[in-house]
Design a protein around this ligand. Structure first.
Ligand code: TYD
Length: 133
């Protein structure tokens, strides 16, 4: 499975502007149980630094951009989230970090489960252990 699974969202554009509509079990390939968004991130600040055991997520910068760094323990990939029509599907045991937020960045995340701290792995050594490394 590729680390960076991009979903391109269909955009309804006309002379008034653009609209993107996202539905669960369609463009978002799971039941959406939670939506959260990150904004106002200060220059030089990075976030994330965790993996999830079961959670699936789709992340999209609806404004601005940030760089997502993904790591499955074997390989690392970086990808810019820099368009409201560019979703990144993150599923499986993947360590994720977000870097280089633009001042106007609004990073929206659709999640398959409610917030559950017990689903987080926040220690990189523990992540490698769980990944069988
Ligand atoms: P945190 O996991 O540190 O964010 P990031 O992954 O971007 O580094 O979350 C910041 C705070 O928000 C923390 O106190 C937990 C809380 N939080 C919720 O209450 N619900 C949520 O769905 C999320 C993602 C975080």
């Amino acid at each position: 499975m590729s680390l960076t699974q991009i979903i391109r969202f269909p955009t309804h554009s006309d002379e008034r502007g653009s609209l993107i509509a996202l539905e669960g079990n369609d463009m978002i390939p799971f039941d959406i149980k939670r939506v959260y968004y990150i904004f106002g991130t200060q220059s030089g600040v990075s976030r994330g630094f965790h993996a999830h055991v079961h959670l699936k997520q789709v992340a999209v910068c609806v404004a601005g951009k940030c760089k997502m760094r993904l790591d499955n323990g074997h390989e690392q990939q970086e990808i810019w989230l820099d368009s409201p029509d560019k979703g990144l599907l993150i599923e499986g045991l993947i360590w994720r970090e977000m870097h280089e937020f633009s001042p106007d960045c609004v990073l929206m995340v659709f999640a398959s489960e409610p917030y559950d701290e017990s689903d987080y792995i926040r220690n990189y050594t523990e992540f490698l252990h769980q990944a069988g490394l």
